[in-house]
Design a protein around this ligand. Structure first.
Ligand code: PMP
Length: 396
């Protein structure tokens, strides 16, 4: 029965990890994989997480199932973290929160919800976007459409984005990145969020905001400005959030789907559908990561420690951005790459083409994704000058 089944190429980034591992050049640099790294190239478990895990080990009394919507201590805490302590939408009881297996699980819940409860609506994705966005929404059977996001000079093209959104048919879904846009690193400022909000209102679109990097851009509160503006101003919004990066819980699969509805009744109606979607996919979510986040966010001491560690990760990335632009200065490239200092989050769309990316890999053992996306967190004080020199040599 399996004879006709074709082998498909594996994930390009996983291929990159393998090639990097095999490379015996001592100067090799991995700017490919999308995880945070410290100056030694490690992705350590946060101290706040370790402490929370110790406590849970002592206090956990059962491994029985948690419900389809997950652990309430976690869902309450994550909703306040994302929507703000003073969220009037939370106060009005019009937000449903469902714990999910990572941000990806939340996206799939959202996709299935749209496919079953709001059939016939296309989803509009930024061009470019995280490659798993079209994969997840496509797998759920949604029609995929694209709006422009960067121009040929590798800068945010807000005018083109807004013009395209102005043409989207009423009722369609628009996916927006809350902050730290993956892959480009270009984010909307407050005024631009406001303008997108006006279009969404005028054209009666359903926004889905993917929030995978809260705290990695300008700060926990600052990064949430678009999400909070939308949730407070609109009756209906979907938000997917992830604790993979900001709590370093990648493999524990910890995320949430939040849905704002016009009122409590509609919220509960929608919520009942999400419980079914969760059951059909994986029944109930994994417990551990959410228990850890719940423990941290409900304890002042652990919260303070976590905030400090999160700020360290953010400051390291933003510091590397400006240091990298400085490292390019002696090569006369600081102006050309100044945008790296303005982008936010782990990723930078460098504007390097596939040939240049290939040369970096073949000649210098510097690995990044073919699109020219670099994980800034993969740089270190030791590799900055080497990478700057290599880039200077491939762009000449
Ligand atoms: N959205 C975006 C834009 C992402 O970059 C990621 C992680 N790479 C996710 C969602 C999902 O992350 P996870 O499933 O690991 O929580």
């Amino acid at each position: 029965m399996f004879e006709h089944i074709e082998r498909v190429p594996g994930d390009a980034i996983l291929g990159l990890i393998e090639a990097y591992k095999q490379d015996d050049n001592p100067r090799k640099v991995d700017l490919g994989v999308g995880v945070y790294r410290d100056d030694e190239g490690n992705t350590p478990v946060l101290a706040a997480v370790k402490r929370a895990e110790k406590r849970l080990e002592e206090s956990e009394e059962t491994k029985s199932y948690i419900g389809s919507h997950g652990d309430e201590r976690y869902t309450n805490a994550i909703a306040r973290l994302v929507l703000g302590e003073d969220s009037s939408a939370l106060e009005a009881n019009r937000i449903s929160v469902t714990q999910s297996p990572g941000g990806t699980g939340a996206l799939r819940l959202a996709a299935d919800f749209i496919a079953t409860s709001l059939p016939g609506r296309a989803i509009w994705l930024s061009q470019p976007t995280w490659p798993n966005h079209p994969a997840v929404f496509g797998a759920a059977g949604l029609e995929l459409k694209h709006y422009p996001y960067v121009n040929a000079d590798n800068r945010l093209d807000f005018d083109a984005m807004l013009a395209a959104l102005n043409e989207v048919p009423a009722g369609d879904v628009v996916l927006l990145h809350a902050c730290c846009h993956n892959p480009t690193g270009f984010d909307l400022d407050t005024d631009q969020w406001q303008q997108v909000l006006e279009v969404v209102k005028n054209r009666q679109l359903l926004p889905l905001i993917d929030f995978a990097y809260q705290g990695f851009g300008d700060g926990l509160e600052e990064d949430a400005r678009g999400v909070r503006l939308f949730v407070e101003s609109l009756d209906e919004v979907l938000v997917t959030s992830s604790c993979s990066k900001n709590f370093g819980l990648y493999r524990e699969r910890t995320g949430a789907l939040m849905i704002a509805a016009a009122n409590e009744k509609q919220m509960l109606d929608v919520r009942s559908q999400i419980a079914i979607t969760a059951r059909e996919n994986y029944s109930t979510p994994p417990s551990h990561g959410a228990a850890v986040v719940g423990e941290i966010l409900t304890d002042d001491e652990l919260t303070t420690l976590w905030l400090k560690e999160l700020a360290q990760m953010r400051d390291r990335i933003n510091g590397l951005r400006s240091d990298f632009v400085e490292a390019l200065r002696p090569h006369g490239l600081a102006e050309r790459f100044a945008f790296i200092g303005e982008q936010r989050g782990m990723f930078s769309y460098t504007g390097l083409d596939a040939d240049q990316v290939k040369r970096l890999r073949d000649e210098f053992s510097i690995y990044m994704v073919g699109s020219g996306r670099a994980n800034v967190a993969g740089l270190s004080a030791n590799s900055l000058d080497y990478v700057a020199e290599a880039i200077a040599s491939v762009v000449r």
